[in-house]
Design a protein around this ligand. Sequence first.
Ligand code: NAD
Length: 433
Amino acid sequence: MSSGTVENTEPKESDEKTEEPESALETARRQLEHAAAHLDVDSGVIERLKHPTKVHRVAVPLERDDGEVEVFTGYRAQHDDVRGPYKGGLRFHPHVSEEECVGLSMWMTWKCAVMDLPFGGGKGGVVVDPKSLSSDEKEKLTRRFAEELRPFIGPKKDIPAPDMGTDAQTMAWFMDAYSMQEGETIPGVVTGKPPVVGGSEGRDEAPGRSVAIIAREAADYYDYDLEETTVAVQGFGSVGANAARLLDDWGANVVAVSDVNGAIYDPDGLDTHSVPSHEEEPEAVMTHDVPQKLSNEKILELDVDVLVPAAVGNVITADNAADVEADVVVEGANGPTTFAADSILQERGVQVVPDILANAGGVTVSYFEWLQDINRRQWSLERVNDELESHMLSAWNDVRAEVEARDVSWRDAAYIVALSRIAEAKSTRGLWP
Ligand code: NAD
């Protein structure tokens, strides 16, 4: 699993329609204020939510394969745990920073709350290019990072997961290092592990599955018959390919998909299972034999019912929002729509269902994994998928109720649901001393 960058962009006051990048932290705080404006929430609660509870910074020494010792910097930001332990990914990436971890930990607080999971938001990582590490070095770095974070994490305190540059194997090493020092096997300290060491069935597919469920519900809400709904999916990786294939299986007409090299388009519908996903054969979508090939920009402008941007952040911007012809955008990637683009789409009546709801299947199945670990049980894939379906429908219905009651966008509604839950928990617990 990964949880990409969420830098949004603000409109610049010039004729050129270019946008300034906005940090994850600025985005997270702006969304908080947006939602707060709709609610009668104590200003002290909002003030508390603007700041992370704790940010840990650790030095992670590593003896490289050539015998040299290098010291890397690691972080763990813990935003808020009023509803339960902190939850969120650990990334190995050269651009990891304290501010980015804080911003992304806030996003996790909203995502867990909109899904009504008993978790708060956390995020962390090591400032390192994982491609520069051998497998042995990556294992040693992971184990030492786990040891440095050990006082602050645990199944009841803070539960990391994989993110950019880390994967199921990284989580297995992390869990092993933590367990060895604690003197007992504690699988619930991290999620996203391989099933053989306490991982959950269905975890890898879950973000794509949740995107498909939400796209299906959105189509139904706007009175489309799924059998006649046309869908375009940008990005054919873990999120995009799983979402596209499920929608295809459920009868939707997936007419276009893309990878970093471009898009394939067939107005009669693609056989998505025969198009190689990123995992099956990286960046091979364009090798598929279809009537039309398009650029990655053009796939966003196709006249389809549902558009799923599921590749990277900031692809729908002030420059192309006016050209988006889809009626509904379901955000598969994190932060694919910039702030300026969001306003343009809203003015044009294009409905945007936000990432914190649509791709939350990953953290939801992480919650199931944690439940399985602490209960020492293994759920079947069927049970995981059934529970995911019911959690997604429940979150969808909660957000839909706010859309209808307040006449707000899907994004604002999702943040309103999240903030009301967090604020109510904060007010009920009170401030001590
Ligand atoms: P992935 O690496 O499996 O696949 C990414 C796909 O996007 C590939 O097909 C790649 O070719 C394509 N791509 C890359 N850059 C592109 C570009 N500039 N233009 C068009 N296509 C491009 O990644 P993923 O895990 O599917 O993640 C995709 C997005 O979803 C990211 O924003 C990620 O943060 C977010 N997300 C992922 C998960 C998860 O668990 N995998 C969960 C929540 C959110």
